[in-house]
Structure formats: structure tokens, C-alpha cells
Design a protein around this ligand. Structure first.
Ligand SMILES: [Zn+2]
Length: 115
């Protein structure tokens, strides 16, 4: 792979090397609340998630690692409004992407609900 991307993030005071990602202690605290509330299971697929430690990791993010999932996608939120957040594995979070209805996506993952 030889594609070079310029990383011009304004908040890059603490540089994250190319091909790596950083998980801050604050982020872990937020993950942990969700992880505990959901007994370590993904909101969508109900499979066990990986709970990381703070630190610097090599990309890609593991499919089973916990992510913060905004139930209400940005486009559907009134300006400035916050979305409820749940813990979802990276695979589900990416798979749902910008689908507007979290409930419809949940049903599709769990094989119940209206078809
Ligand atoms: Zn999942």
C-alpha cells in the first residue's frame, strides 16, 4: 500500500502515528459504562465485544471491539441535539453506517420484528 494521506487534523497536538489509533482514558471510561450496562454484548448482534485499555494501537480496529454508536444519525438530529449512545461492536457500527432507523437495523440483525 503506497497511498499517502495528509493528516491535517487541527487537534493533533498529541500526534497519532500513521496507521495507528489512540484510545484515551476518557474514552475508556465512556466505553466501560456502556460495556457494563450491556453486560459486554453488542447492542445489535448481542455478541461479546472486546473492551480495550487506554493506549496506542495499530489499525484496523478489531471487528469485535466496542464503539460508541449514536442511535440517531446526525442527519436526523435537530441542530445541537445529542443522540442516545449505546455500545456496538465495530462491525455492526460500520455495517449500519448511515441507515436512519436503528430499530430496523436491530431487527435485521436479530431476525425478529417486522419484515
Ligand atoms: Zn455487533
Amino acid at each position: 500500500m503506497s497511498t499517502r494521506q495528509t493528516n491535517q487534523s487541527a487537534k493533533s497536538a498529541k500526534r497519532t502515528p500513521k496507521g495507528m489509533y489512540r484510545i484515551s482514558p476518557d474514552r475508556i471510561e465512556s466505553y466501560l459504562k456502556l460495556f457494563r450496562a450491556q453486560e459486554g454484548l453488542c447492542f445489535y448482534c448481542r455478541q461479546p465485544m472486546i473492551m480495550p485499555w487506554p493506549g496506542l494501537y495499530r489499525l484496523p480496529v478489531p471487528d469485535k471491539q466496542i464503539t460508541r454508536e449514536h442511535l440517531i444519525v446526525r442527519k436526523k438530529r435537530p441542530k445541537g441535539a445529542r443522540s442516545p449512545i449505546v455500545g456496538a461492536c465495530k462491525a455492526c457500527n460500520h455495517d449500519r453506517g448511515g441507515r436512519p432507523s436503528w430499530a430496523a437495523y436491530l431487527c435485521s440483525k436479530q431476525d425478529w420484528g417486522p419484515k
